[in-house]
Ligand binder design. Structure first.
Ligand SMILES: [Zn+2]
Length: 86
């Protein structure tokens, strides 16, 4: 029997490891820029816990993880997305 083990990723806020399916993925796509849950390129993950995505330092942590400046347009999209998790 071969078991499919889940892909594990680390939340950039709490540094805990989670199944990738339970994480919000933010990717800096080479062509399309910053994307949520899609795109190819450098990615950061945030777990879907209120403590992490509402972290007051999450913007800085994301920018550091993606080595990129994130504009306010992205955070509008980000905040709409996390509103679904509440
Ligand atoms: Zn977390």
């Amino acid at each position: 029997m071969i078991k499919n083990s889940p892909v594990m990723r680390i939340c950039i806020s709490c540094k805990k490891t989670y199944d990738r399916n339970n994480l919000l993925k933010i990717t800096k796509d080479h062509k399309l820029g910053i994307m949520l849950n899609k795109g190819m390129g450098r990615s950061a993950y945030i777990c879907k816990s209120n403590k992490c995505y509402s972290d007051s330092k999450i913007k800085k942590k994301l920018q550091k993880a993606l080595k990129s400046n994130l504009d306010s347009n992205f955070f509008d999209i980000f905040e709409k997305e996390i509103a679904n998790y509440k």
